[in-house]
Design a protein around this ligand. Structure first.
Ligand SMILES: CC(C)(COP(=O)(O)OP(=O)(O)OC[C@H]1O[C@@H](n2cnc3c(N)ncnc32)[C@H](O)[C@@H]1OP(=O)(O)O)[C@@H](O)C(=O)NCCC(=O)NCCS
Length: 225
């Protein structure tokens, strides 16, 4: 975790400055807003959106779980499945710190993304789950900023791929492709389900294939072997 360099209480993260996602400038905006709640040294610009992306800290966890519950609530669902996934990942310490990210705008956590280390046929592989943006802030490019940052960090860390189960229209823009044709499967959705996707990174190796299990599915993995 970086040092807190925001006199108003924001959590600075020195690591993000100089990162590939960093543009070195804040967004255009009224001067008053610029000084009202932001620490510009940590603000990054992704496309049309400017915010701070940093590792989730221990004191963020309650707000993150509340955000997840809110973002995944809807008819017939209350977000508890996703809250449990994140809680279990934290308990297992299966999410590399640099890949458990929050997006912060004016000291408010507005989005969260978590990639955890799962099992791909006996080898470690990253699975992105979940990703969410505060409902009132969706459609502004914040989700895209988080995915872009997470992929960039996974690349820098030398991971060969990132897997995700999600909407193909959304994830395709980040370079995700159906995992089935590469021989990577996720049993709960069936072989060759196009929603189970992979983003190949520079160190991708075609021998990385087979069945994937997320970290929180350890029981399924053990019973399957
Ligand atoms: C899905 C989600 C993370 C996207 O974040 P966001 O900040 O709203 O998205 P962005 O602003 O970066 O991107 C907007 C684009 O994504 C598309 N999009 C948003 N949600 C989408 C979804 N569920 N499926 C497909 N496309 C979606 C929008 O139509 C828009 O497309 P366009 O650029 O072609 O106009 C966010 O809407 C969210 O938290 N949803 C609830 C939780 C969820 O479903 N998470 C996904 C888990 S895999």
């Amino acid at each position: 975790m970086g040092q807190n360099s925001d006199p108003r209480g924001g959590h600075g993260d020195k690591d993000v400055v100089g990162h590939p996602g960093w543009s070195g400038r804040g967004p255009a905006g009224p001067p008053f807003r610029q000084f009202a709640g932001r620490c510009w040294s940590n603000v990054q610009t992704y496309g049309n959106v400017s915010l701070t992306v940093r590792a989730t800290g221990a004191t963020d966890k309650q707000a993150v779980l509340a955000l997840i519950g809110e973002a995944f609530s809807g008819p017939g669902r209350d977000g508890q499945v996703e809250v449990d996934i994140v809680s279990k990942t934290w308990t297992l310490a299966a999410g590399p710190k640099d890949l458990d990210l929050v997006a912060v705008d004016y000291n408010v956590i507005v989005a969260h993304a978590l990639a955890s280390v799962g099992n791909l046929e006996g080898r470690e592989a990253l699975g992105l789950a979940p990703l969410c943006v505060k409902p009132s802030r969706q459609g502004e490019g914040i989700g895209s900023a988080l995915v872009t940052e997470l992929l960039s960090r996974a690349e820098v860390a030398g991971w060969p791929l990132v897997l995700v189960l999600g909407d193909t229209r959304y994830y395709r823009r980040f370079g995700f492709e159906p995992a089935g044709p590469l021989g990577i499967h996720y049993r709960p959705v069936g072989r060759d389900n196009p929603h189970f996707q992979v983003r190949r990174l520079a160190r991708f190796d075609p021998s990385l294939c087979g069945e994937f299990t997320y970290c929180w599915e350890g029981e399924r993995r053990s019973s399957a072997t």
